[in-house]
Design a protein around this ligand. Structure first.
Ligand SMILES: Cc1ncc(COP(=O)(O)O)c(C=O)c1O
Length: 406
């Protein structure tokens, strides 16, 4: 590729060797006696490609983003991929594009799980739709079953959500490589959003993408991503022909934002995609192994094993304290952190109990939320990574055992 690492190597500049010489590769594995939320998820290939991109003088979205989009669509089993600058932006673009096409109408209700990330909820309202929070299944912490309205199916922390609905949209921001049967998340619903934030299975630092197999929707996403204009649309020529009175260089056909990624994100992404399957395999192995090891301890907390017929992609490792646990969540987290195990609440926990909920236009709760409430007060997660293995499992097991002893 012009402006790529190979191109510079052919001209005598070995950027790969330079990056390898100057990077601290020990950052790519966890330090001894630690279980961090994430480790440095990129190596010399990504850094070399980023330098090549800068040396080539191309910082704004260009051919490396386009290459990444092709690679990611193929990986997910979707026909189209539209890269953006975050997972939150992917949700925003996907939902606004559906509204722009009239597939969702302003004021339509969209079911959202009560336990998810904040922007899963906000993006629905920001697209002029009304989010309806519904409780999650106690065994998966995801929505499960049939719904009579459009659903944002969040595959929480790597656990695939199995739903049926008139319109299924996936929030796969934290579930790259997860599967239902043989089908990868990202190709299950009508469209899906991914995040490539630092700690995710695949990272571009900040970044995200929409995947779908619908050319019209992909084109709408391309316009919503960038100013509402026609560049990068597959039907650009037809759009220009039907608005011949407007200068095609600045032709705006939908309402839009500017949520484009930089070319640096593409440079990172093209080197990450080929590694994803091995990463997901390791995360899945870890998840199964850790679930068994923690369950064997017989402590007053539960884990969330892989659901039958699915592949869990282990974004993080959630646990839920029993209601009668002698330790509360704050104390358990304090004791784990003291042993080098980093902890977090389970995403936004019960979003209906977050202060921001009252300010989300049109949002409401449907039905009781006992699982979300339990997660809110008793749930926590620790990190998971393809760089982890038995040493991190043993640390977790030991830290949990001793937390309940003292
Ligand atoms: C389920 C879910 N949705 C949306 C997001 C937002 O992604 P980003 O941080 O890239 O905006 C995240 C982030 O982890 C997430 O886990």
């Amino acid at each position: 590729m012009k402006g790529g690492v190979q191109d510079f190597a052919a001209r005598g500049l070995d950027l790969r060797a330079l990056a390898e010489q100057w990077m601290d590769l020990s950052e790519m594995v966890p330090g001894p006696g630690t279980l961090p939320l994430a480790v440095q998820p990129y190596g010399p290939e990504e850094v070399a490609e980023a330098i090549a991109t800068l040396l080539d003088g191309r910082l704004t979205m260009g051919p490396k983003v386009a290459t990444f989009e092709r690679l990611w669509a193929a990986e997910v089993g979707a026909e189209h991929c539209v890269m953006v600058n975050s997972g939150s932006s992917a949700l925003l673009v996907m939902l606004n594009a559906l509204v722009a096409l009239g597939r969702l109408r302003p004021g339509d209700e969209v079911i959202v799980p009560a336990v998810t990330w904040s922007t899963s909820l906000f993006s629905v309202a920001q697209a002029g739709l009304r989010p309806v929070l519904v409780d999650v299944h106690p065994d998966s912490l995801c929505l499960e079953g049939s719904f009579d309205r459009p659903v944002l199916a969040v595959h929480l922390l790597g656990q695939p959500a199995r739903v049926q609905a008139p319109l299924v949209l996936e929030d796969a921001c934290g579930a790259h490589g997860a599967r239902i049967g043989e089908q990868p998340v990202g190709s299950i619903g009508s469209a899906a959003a991914f995040s490539f934030f630092f700690s995710h299975h695949l990272t571009t630092g900040e970044g995200g993408a929409i995947t779908c197999s619908d050319a019209e929707l992909a084109d709408a996403c391309r316009s919503v991503r960038a100013h509402g204009w026609t560049r990068e649309r597959s039907d650009r020529a037809a759009q220009e022909a039907s608005h011949a009175e407007i200068d095609p260089r600045f032709l705006f056909v939908t309402s839009g934002f500017n949520l484009r990624p930089t070319e640096l994100a593409g440079a990172f992404g093209i080197h990450q995609v080929p590694r994803l399957r091995a990463f997901v395999q390791q995360r899945n192995d870890n998840h199964l192994d850790w679930c068994a090891a923690v369950a064997d301890l017989g402590l007053p907390l539960r884990v969330f094993p892989q659901r039958p017929g699915t592949t869990h992609s282990g974004f993080a490792f959630p646990m839920l304290l029993d209601a009668d646990s002698p330790l509360d969540r704050a104390e358990l987290c304090r004791r784990l952190e003291a042993r080098g195990v980093q902890t977090r609440p389970i995403s936004g926990s019960n979003l209906a109990r977050q202060p921001a909920f009252a300010a989300v236009p049109g949002a409401r709760v449907e039905g009781p939320l006992p699982v979300a409430d339990a997660v809110h007060t008793r749930g926590l997660f620790v990190g998971q990574s393809h760089a982890f293995g038995p040493a991190q499992r043993d640390l977790l097991v030991d830290a949990l055992r001793s937390a309940f002893l003292c």
